[in-house]
Design a protein around this ligand. Structure first.
Ligand SMILES: [Zn+2]
Ligand SMILES: [Zn+2]
Length: 212
């Protein structure tokens, strides 16, 4: 692992409100301003009664650009995808993208449909990001190892396939139990991992898609 620089922190970005991406806010908040989508601040504010959280102090609706002397950092929001407050962070000069949780390189994605996330919205966001990024971009996923656009496209293909498969089962009148028994199919079973197993992924797809 490369070392972090020892320069002072200038800006902190919360890519969304989940604890594994905001849990250190109170540690860093006094060192630099925290940026996030407006909905991240709102969702964290709602939790502030139970636990001490440091809130983002600069919020935006669509995104914001940060200009450093030798780097431009573009923060872009994608609506209703992993949550309702997702931001990707693109370092233009370095050609490095941090996707937040709009990419689980490790396996099936977690999609927080109870907090504004959407399976279709997630796929829309992933496709848009792939289309707008250079082919040689270096990608830091929310979960998993440092990767590239080829792997991101495989991830998009897996989600496309999953949605199509579950929609066809639902159209044929199958219920959740039957769909769980049919499974995701042999081509994509290996995307199962301890946090989002095949069963959990199928349940998310059914819960979200059967409402459409
Ligand atoms: Zn998350
Ligand atoms: Zn996460």
């Amino acid at each position: 692992m490369t070392n972090l620089s020892n320069h002072d922190l200038k800006y902190i970005v919360n890519t969304h409100f989940h604890g594994d991406h905001t849990g250190s806010n109170s540690h860093f908040a006094h060192k630099a301003p925290i940026f996030a989508h407006q909905n991240v601040r709102e969702r964290l504010s709602n939790q502030a009664a139970e636990k001490s959280v440091a809130l983002p102090v600069v919020t935006y609706e669509q995104g914001v650009n940060i200009y450093l002397s030798d780097e431009t950092i573009k923060l872009s929001h994608f609506p209703n995808a992993h949550t309702d407050g997702d931001t990707i962070v693109y370092f233009k000069e370095a050609n490095v993208l941090h996707t937040g949780d709009l990419f689980f390189e490790i396996g099936f994605p977690y999609i927080d449909i109870n907090n504004g996330g959407s399976v279709e919205g997630y796929l829309t966001a992933v496709r848009k990001i792939i289309a707008q990024m250079p082919d040689d971009v270096v990608i830091i996923p929310g979960h998993g190892k440092l990767t590239n656009k080829v792997r991101y496209q495989e991830f998009a293909d897996m989600i496309t396939y999953s949605i199509k498969r579950i929609n066809s089962f639902l159209a044929a009148g199958k219920n959740e139990q039957e769909i769980l028994a049919l499974g995701i199919g042999e081509n994509y079973q290996h995307w199962s991992w301890y946090f989002i197993t095949e069963e959990k992924w199928l349940k998310t797809l059914v819960a979200d898609l059967q409402e459409n």
